[in-house]
Ligand binder design. Structure first.
Ligand code: NI
Length: 166
């Protein structure tokens, strides 16, 4: 999926049929006459198709490289796999939610460590330094503003400025 909110704004309807051919994407709802296959809200296409987490996780195997699996209200729903140690960082303007789908990992803070197991989530408030550490592979769902950079204020080789949609 390669649509971004910005791109959607400049597309004319007659360009959209190509998107209907994207495997796995069917946009339903529609707010404008003749465009029943789309919902336009603030230039974002909202999917009314369900997302299967297992299937999405099977599409990638690299670590520390979040994929965008959904978008709503300016927030991204991201799927990511961790293994090893990340870098210390903080996000000055964004709170981050980490929900463990499979496996477990430790979130290190400067004053404590929180162990997160499957079906548990943690919210890291903006401005708080944190570092995820995963001894074994763990699959996570992230929920955070679309502006959130994975390494926050600590640019490194692990920084991902362009995220793929799955
Ligand atoms: Ni972070």
């Amino acid at each position: 999926m390669f649509l971004s909110s910005a791109k959607c704004a400049s597309f004319k309807y007659n360009l959209f049929p190509q998107f209907l051919q994207l495997p796995g994407y069917k946009f339903t709802g529609g707010l404008r006459p003749g465009t029943e296959s789309f919902i336009f809200i603030d230039h974002t296409i909202i999917m009314t198709e369900k997302v299967n987490i297992e299937q999405k996780l099977s599409l990638f195997s690299d670590y520390w490289n979040p994929r965008i699996a959904g978008e709503l209200n300016g927030q991204h729903v991201k799927l990511v796999k961790f293994k090893g140690e990340f870098v210390w960082h903080k996000h000055d303007d964004e709170d981050e939610l980490f929900y463990v789908l499979k496996g477990s990992f430790k979130m290190e803070f400067r004053d404590k460590t929180v162990v997160l197991n499957e079906n548990e989530f943690l919210i890291v408030p903006r401005g708080v330094e944190h570092k995820p550490v995963a001894e074994e592979e763990v699959a996570i769902m992230l929920f955070e503003p679309a502006t959130t950079l994975n390494t926050g204020d600590a640019e490194s080789d692990l920084t991902k400025t362009v995220l793929h949609r799955i």
